[in-house]
Design a protein around this ligand. Structure first.
Ligand SMILES: [Zn+2]
Length: 163
């Protein structure tokens, strides 16, 4: 599931002090599961994932840098996670590194339901041709979908489903 948190949850506040050892949520958008649920709160386990986005996954501001749009972290915010020197030429090489760095950004804790929007993640099944071979890939990673669209010789089909 995809979680989008409001800005209040991204900063240190009384709620986090009381229930989450004072640790605010590190990214505006994260992915994971609901472990427990009460009437007003979710107890969640989430991690980061690169997501093509026009707003920053960390701070929610509009992204202006062209390369940053592909993985959803502005230049300044990316540095918090050790993501630097991403140019258009080495983006594909860097994406694996960005993926593994964001996967390590984890958070576990309690959030009030009114401060979070939860959506199903979209899973893509793509059948494509590359150098005269046909491949089938299933992924929820939109940066991977874009990579395949850019690199493959021919897209034979894309199916989406909610997970
Ligand atoms: Zn940012």
């Amino acid at each position: 599931m995809k979680f989008t948190f409001d800005n209040w949850l991204l900063s240190r506040n009384d709620f986090h002090d009381k229930f989450n050892k004072g640790i605010p949520i590190p990214l505006k958008m994260m992915y994971g599961v609901i472990k427990k649920e009460t009437e007003k709160c979710y107890y969640i386990e989430v991690e980061g994932k690169p997501t093509p986005s026009s707003t920053c996954l960390h701070c929610g501001r509009k992204i202006t840098n062209k390369v940053s749009l592909y993985y959803g972290l502005g230049m300044v915010c990316g540095k918090h996670y050790g993501i630097t020197n991403v140019s258009e030429e080495n983006l594909e090489k860097k994406l694996e590194e960005i993926r593994s760095k964001l996967k390590k950004v984890k958070w576990v804790g309690l959030v009030p339901k009114k401060n979070v929007v939860i959506e199903d993640e979209i899973s893509y099944e793509i059948i494509f041709e590359y150098k005269n071979k046909v491949y089938r890939v299933i992924t929820t990673d939109e940066t991977k979908v874009n990579e395949i669209k850019n690199k493959s010789d021919n897209i034979l089909g894309i199916k989406t489903s909610k997970v």
